[in-house]
Ligand binder design. Structure first.
Ligand SMILES: Nc1nc2c(c(=O)[nH]1)N(C=O)[C@@H](CNc1ccc(C(=O)N[C@@H](CCC(=O)O)C(=O)O)cc1)CN2
Ligand SMILES: Nc1ncnc2c1ncn2[C@@H]1O[C@H](COP(=O)(O)OP(=O)(O)OP(=O)(O)O)[C@@H](O)[C@H]1O
Length: 196
């Protein structure tokens, strides 16, 4: 089977994103968000989101947050602050009192808020550049999400969001790579495990 390295995939998918016209991006993003909104959130009480690096054409997770807040007001939303030295993430509750500030990479980050441990998180929306049909993912290559997801509990559902389809296989997957349970794309929802 054809399989491509993480490094090559990063390059290809960065270009694929930047080559989208604004209109194509809006359409794909809209389809992706509608699929997310079909998600059955029963029993989920704490949801972790990333906020998009807009210049990199990441999905509009603000729309997901708005939908969750409106439809499931009891759900606690969680965001992270990144530690660029240790490649770690610190998680806090995102509410009306949260002050957001763009970091070095253009990621809006909370400047304050009540800390949450990875163990308390029921579902994580995971950013990615590419993923494969086995649920492996490729990110920007600093291992932030690999470290974070390794600290989550067995109940934590890991949901990738991608504007593009799955690759047949990614080479160079190592023991640190945490596979996704689901990946939502504009075309379909991929299920990789019998998630809790
Ligand atoms: N919205 C969002 N938040 C996230 C991630 C993400 O992918 N998206 N991350 C997922 O892990 C972590 C941040 N990781 C990142 C790592 C590199 C770059 C980046 O743009 N790097 C530049 C240049 C490299 C550099 O400055 O050192 C680049 O790749 O062009 C961005 C985010 C945590 N938060
Ligand atoms: N739990 C961990 N402990 C120590 N090193 C780790 C851990 N997780 C990942 N790493 C290391 O981090 C580096 C980046 O990993 P990888 O290429 O898989 O990043 P990625 O999944 O694309 O990025 P990200 O998770 O930031 O989206 C690798 O060298 C990997 O070995």
């Amino acid at each position: 089977m054809q399989s491509i390295s993480k490094q090559e995939l990063r390059k290809i998918y960065r270009e694929k994103r930047l080559n989208l016209s604004n209109e194509q991006f809006q359409v794909l993003n809209g389809e992706l968000i509608s699929r997310v909104q079909k998600w059955d959130v029963a029993r989920v009480s704490t949801v972790h989101l990333f906020l998009p690096i807009e210049g990199n054409r990441e999905p509009d997770t603000y729309a997901i947050a708005e939908w969750l807040r409106h439809t499931y007001p009891y759900i606690r939303l969680v965001l992270s602050r990144t530690d660029r030295i240790n490649h770690r993430m610190h998680h806090v509750i995102w509410d009306d009192s949260t002050i957001l500030k763009q970091n070095h990479w253009g990621i809006p980050e909370p400047q304050n808020g009540v800390a949450v441990s990875a163990k308390e998180i029921d579902a994580v929306f995971v950013p990615l550049l590419a993923f494969d049909i086995h649920g492996n993912r490729v990110g920007y290559g600093k291992g932030f999400y690999d470290r974070f997801l390794a600290e989550c509990g067995p109940q934590t559902i890991k949901i990738g969001l991608s504007l593009f389809d799955a690759e047949p296989a990614i080479t160079g997957i190592d023991a640190f790579d945490v596979p996704l349970d689901y990946c939502i794309t504009p075309r379909q929802v991929w299920t990789f495990s019998i998630a809790p």
